[in-house]
Design a binder for this molecule. Structure first.
Ligand code: HEM
Length: 148
């Protein structure tokens, strides 16, 4: 029961992460290339991206503990855990997403400390873009796009 609720939340929250990612990254690129001033909205867009990821991380960590799929994998680390889909979650989904979360937070902080508005947008654009690429490849697209 708790598993189903968290799995549905993790499944659907992914779309908020995707929207927040596109919004923050697009603002950073347009801001950089269009030489726009760095505003509070740019700062907030990065923070929103980070917060959406933190919530997804929390849901993911709960899943990593309570998921029957993952529990079965932990029982047999040399055998079952090395086969799909367990391997994908253990060796790709979770570690890659951890790195993406860190990149977004580091990128937001680096952007805030930029010497001028151009540097702030450039830092946000580059850090967020790498994170977006990692998130895009690590989302398990073969699983349901929406769960209710
Ligand atoms: C470090 C953070 C994360 C951890 C620890 C984590 C963990 C997990 C685990 C353990 C599962 C398998 C659940 C199961 O089938 O029983 C899962 C599935 C999934 N994760 Fe994550 N995840 C994280 C981040 C993310 C992010 C950032 C996204 C997307 C933006 C995402 C999207 C998904 C999707 C779409 C599924 C498939 C859900 C389904 O089958 O309905 N995860 N995650």
């Amino acid at each position: 029961m708790a598993y189903t609720v968290v799995l549905v939340l993790h499944n659907l929250w992914r779309w908020l992460v995707v929207l927040a990612a596109i919004y923050a990254t697009a603002r950073a690129w347009f801001g950089w290339l269009g030489k726009r001033p760095w505003t509070k909205t740019d700062q907030r867009a990065g923070a929103l991206f980070g917060i959406s990821l933190d919530i997804q991380l929390l849901l993911g960590l709960i899943l990593a503990i309570i998921s029957p799929l993952m529990q079965a994998a932990y029982q047999d680390l040399a055998g079952l855990a090395m086969q799909a889909p367990f391997r994908t979650f253990l060796m790709e989904h979770m570690p890659i997403m951890f790195v993406a979360v860190i990149l977004v937070h580091v990128g937001s902080a680096a952007a805030r400390k930029g010497a001028d508005d151009g540097a702030r947008h450039r830092r946000a654009a580059l850090w967020f873009s790498v994170a977006v690429l990692l998130i895009a490849v690590a989302i398990p697209w073969s699983r349901p796009l929406f769960r209710f």
